[in-house]
Design a protein around this ligand. Sequence first.
Ligand SMILES: [Fe+2]
Length: 393
Amino acid sequence: MHARTETPPRGGVGGLLEALEEARERTLALVEGLNDDDLDRVHSRLMSPLAWDLGHIAAFEDLWLCRAAGGLELLRPDLARVYDADETPRAERGSLAYLHASEVRDYMAAVRERSLTILDGFDGDGALVELVLRHEQQHNETMLQTLRLAGVVQKRAPSPVVASPGPDMVRVEAGAFTMGSGPDGFAYDNEHPRHVVDLPAFEIDRLPVTVADWIEFMDAEGAEEPLHWNGTAPESRLPVMHVSWDEAAAYARFRGKRLPTEAEWEKAASWDPATGASYRYPWGEAAPSPALANLDQTAFGPAPAGAYPDGASPCGALGMVGDQWEWTGSEFAPYPGFRAHPYREYSEVFFGRGYRVLRGGSWATRPRVVDNRFRNWDLPQRRQIFAGFRCAA
Ligand SMILES: [Fe+2]
């Protein structure tokens, strides 16, 4: 893309222009080297064809940046329904008239051209631009799930990092903490409003459940191996991934424990009893860096449990952000006083329908889209997510 030097960011968008360009470079890098058939094909009934994700990213940008923020008509109104995620369940997307690999990059570029025109001198709602940016970054992770199912993302060599020593579980004292996102900065509607939650004391695993832990569960209870093992377990110190919520809950019972509630997870990740503050990240307010957490897709897998001692939360839990999402015991539901924004379909339509909350992001999550407060959700039987868990008691 050529616009970086031609249209410097002005008005309300600040560094968002550069961030949009960077996000697009990453999106295209994920599919670089794939042939058209790999992009157009349905790799799994659980996932969209990769070409659908690409077109959907551009259609979302056209809808929210060009139309909602910029006041333009849609570039391709005929594609609106095809790329509406709510109208088209993933299982059906392979049969839709979505743009195939041969056309979709041109559509992405054409939408981006319109966006850049709007963003030149833009002084409108920067939150809509941020929404579009994060949407693209979130779809990167969905695309990586598809690439993993297609066998394209390879296992990487385990890192030699040794877990720092410590107890199996750490204690979080009883008391009130503030949960959710405050009014400043961008946050999704489901993280609002910030509210006080008073919890009794609890214990939570210091490290996520590992492959070695899971093998004990399989041997003792006949539990299934996680998705993608294909008879060969990953390195034993890695966090277990690609297990469903149902399986995670069964594991917790096997250990005489349970999954943490969503509030317990967030308190263990964010609450500093010394100050009473809830930090944005386990380590405090500083933005994520490679020394603090395994995010941003570059490692192509999780690090051994306990690999990031500098990323510890105030209670001493390690790896709460990065490596693998963590299932919580809670169903996806609104916080007290929730208001849908900017559209009902983002969160509200998923409330109370059996979805379980995941927290903390994975190696495949871009750093901008995750913190202690970010809520992800999926159905309890799903295993394709880069998800593991830790237990509470
Ligand atoms: Fe989407």
